[in-house]
Design a protein around this ligand. Structure first.
Ligand SMILES: Cc1cc2nc3c(=O)[nH]c(=O)nc-3n(C[C@H](O)[C@H](O)[C@H](O)COP(=O)(O)O)c2cc1C
Length: 205
């Protein structure tokens, strides 16, 4: 059985394009691969910012943790377990002020865990979550895949880096961008993403 983890993070609810396309990919893969889908909507259920209890708790011996640390580490462990259990991760992110939505950043802060999802060796850090496929949907109002604004895309490249750092290096990026230049441009952008999405699903089948 193939397990899919669908993570969405846009605060824009039903208007969200990253959530819409991430959902479409997860549903398309589910039908093609007879997979199960676990959904984590980080906008509806945002993880807390990481704090002292998590930072200290994750390096403390389990039996020495305070109740606050047990709770904080347990929450992170739940998120890590979901990622570990997944064969495929579908991630939706809509650009907020040139970066990713803050709940998604908080999610990465919980799952990027030394000794658990990445390790260090003499050769440097290495990711431990290997052998998984990631479909990354990034939405943005402007155009960042090329042109003069490409240097200000602190979303797609950063997400790729965060994923790669914990071993998730097999990443297929699906962009929906250029939606702020009027209704016609938005329609064209959405149609382009639809076409890309169909190609991605055909390849996956
Ligand atoms: C609070 C806020 C900040 C945004 N910041 C940017 C930005 O910095 N650059 C940009 O190109 N678009 C920006 N946008 C537009 C969104 O990236 C665009 O609507 C995208 O589709 C959002 O993803 P979503 O559809 O999944 O919600 C912003 C939108 C909101 C609501």
């Amino acid at each position: 059985m193939t397990n899919i983890l669908l993570v969405t993070s846009s605060p824009r609810g039903a208007e969200s394009l990253s959530s819409r396309f991430a959902n479409e990919i997860a549903e398309g893969l589910k039908a093609r691969l007879s997979a199960t889908v676990i959904t984590r909507n980080l906008a509806v259920n945002p993880p807390p910012h990481i704090g002292r209890a998590y930072i200290d708790g994750r390096v403390a011996a389990a039996e020495a943790r305070t109740p606050d640390q047990v709770e904080a580490v347990g929450l992170a462990q739940t998120m890590v377990d979901e990622v570990k259990a997944a064969d495929i991760i579908v991630l939706g992110s809509g650009m907020i002020n040139f970066g990713l939505p803050s709940p998604l950043k908080a999610w990465f802060d919980h799952i990027t865990w030394p000794g658990v999802t990445f390790g260090y060796s003499e050769a440097g850090p290495h990711g431990l979550l290997t052998g998984k496929k990631v479909y990354l949907v990034t939405a943005a109002g402007g155009i960042f895949s090329q042109g003069e604004w490409a240097a200000f895309d602190f979303q797609t490249g950063y997400l790729r880096h965060l994923l790669g750092f914990i071993g998730l290096t097999d990443v297929e990026v699906i962009r929906v961008e250029g939606t702020v230049f009027g209704p016609e441009a938005a329609q064209a952008a959405i149609a382009a993403t639809e076409a890309q999405l169909h190609a991605v699903l055909e390849k996956a089948a």
